[in-house]
Design a protein around this ligand. Structure first.
Ligand code: NAD
Length: 426
């Protein structure tokens, strides 16, 4: 399911699946609770800059195909904007805008000197050759080169993009800029100035949030039954970390279905067999649907795939006592309320998945200073940032008697609003 399909059709259900609209709703509520005047919301409800580009790519059959791409820069009051580039057939302008707002919130929550940005290209990389992917990656950078750069807007990986794609993009930007510029993009291979720990950073951050969340619920990761939707960068590393910590991963899924074993899946085998797009279920005949997967009896549920997976249709059927959102926007606002009323602890995306942008920031810092850190140093720094952020959000939720999503938005939006005020914008 992708966000734009739902938001484009004209019935009432669509607003509920409109990720931009629901993001704006909580940003407005968070600003109201913090006592900011309306003009602050007027500034923050949309990106300050949005670019739509058309990218011509010569395909392997020698035809030319034109792809549509976007780059949204939500707000640069705090510093340069930052956020991933998604290659997916469901990418839409609305989705990219919402994702850029979430990036601003994440940067605020983990206290980075950035605003949020996001990009996307409407394409299906699973059906493109290596050479075509290089063409589309380089074409995108040429198209957006005027508005991006290490002090303007710094891209990174997201759904269906990876270190190889970051390497092509960095190389293209360096050619345009006429010097080697690793700080232009993060999530690069190590040999091109990538950071230790970047590839697994999102999952590491989610793991740290799970460790903190189980303490609040009085359970332990060791022996906990876990279900993870999505087996790509975020989901697969997470499965490995939780399995190694003694959890029983009883369900995983990808875009084609899910696998379930109440005694625990063989995670090492599945990691070995998954392809570079996070697909593994096609190898099995007895798969279940993604809908069934979300409703499995478990202790911890981690959506780590796409938007709008937990809705008012299935929220009352969720059996987990803790949900930690590795994906961006997997739960609708209506579902958040149902889960909160059911006393399910929901750790929201803007907090739980902030490990990726945090280590991307570390990568950019290392590129800027030309001095590189060990994996242990990166992990230690990430741990401190995530624990502090988790507790800031959790305590706000407790004190204000609100759910963790609204609390996270309140923590995340404050720095941006203050920076805009000091600059004299509002
Ligand atoms: P990925 O491309 O590596 O993997 C995506 C996974 O989701 C794959 O297993 C794919 O098969 C599955 N999937 C795709 N469509 C699906 C559908 N309709 N139903 C069920 N599964 C589906 O992507 P990723 O980097 O792991 O990102 C996953 C989520 O985590 C996204 O929401 C992304 O925005 C978020 N996220 C990723 C990072 C990061 O650093 N990679 C950081 C923050 C947030």
């Amino acid at each position: 399911m992708v966000a734009d399909k739902a938001s484009d059709s004209p019935n009432g259900q669509n607003d509920k699946l409109d990720v931009l609209k629901s993001t704006q709703t909580i940003v407005q509520l968070a600003l109201e609770k913090l006592g900011y005047p309306d003009e602050v919301f007027e500034l923050l409800k949309e990106p300050i800059r949005m670019m739509t580009v058309r990218i011509p790519v010569r395909m392997d059959d020698d035809s030319i195909k034109i792809f549509t791409g976007y780059r949204a820069q939500h707000n640069d009051a705090v510093g340069p904007t930052k956020g991933g580039v998604r290659f997916h057939p469901g990418v839409s302008e609305k989705e990219v805008k919402a994702l850029s707002i979430w990036m601003s919130l994440k940067a605020g929550i983990v206290d980075l000197p950035y605003g949020g940005g996001k990009g996307g290209i409407v394409c299906d990389p699973r059906e493109m050759s290596f050479r075509e992917l290089e063409g589309i990656s380089r074409g995108y950078v040429r198209a957006i080169s005027q508005i991006v750069g290490p002090t303007k807007d710094i891209p990174a990986p997201d759904v269906f993009t990876n270190p190889q794609i970051m390497a092509w993009m960095m190389d293209e930007y360096s050619r345009i800029d006429e010097f080697n510029n690793p700080g232009f993009i993060t999530g690069k291979p190590l040999v091109l100035g990538g950071s230790h720990g970047r590839e697994s950073a999102t999952a590491k951050g989610v793991t740290i949030c799970i460790d903190e969340a189980v303490k609040k619920k009085g359970i332990s990761v060791n022996g906990a039954r876990v279900v993870i939707q999505g087996f790509g960068n975020a989901g697969s590393f997470l499965a490995k970390f939780l399995h190694d910590a003694g959890a029983k991963v009883i369900g995983i899924s990808d875009a084609y279905g899910g696998l379930h074993d109440p005694d625990g899946l063989d995670i090492d085998y599945l990691l070995d067999r998954r392809d570079s797009f996070g697909t593994v279920t096609k190898l099995f005949n007895d798969s279940i649907t993604n809908e069934e997967l979300l409703e499995l009896d478990c202790d911890i549920l981690v959506p780590a795939a796409v938007e709008n997976q937990i809705t008012e249709e299935n929220a009352h059927k969720i059996k987990a006592s803790i949900i930690v959102e590795a994906a961006n926007g997997p739960t609708t606002l209506e579902a958040t309320k149902i889960l909160s009323d059911r006393d399910i602890l929901l750790v929201p995306d803007v907090l739980a998945s902030a490990g990726g942008v945090t280590v991307s920031y570390f990568e950019w810092v290392q590129n800027n200073q030309g001095y590189y850190w060990s994996e242990e140093e990166v992990e230690e720094k990430l741990y401190k940032v995530m624990v502090k952020a988790f507790n800031a959000v959790y305590n706000t939720a407790e004190v204000r008697k609100i759910d963790m999503r609204l609390a996270a938005y309140m923590v995340g939006v404050r720095k941006m609003a203050e920076a805009a005020r000091f600059r004299g914008w509002i």
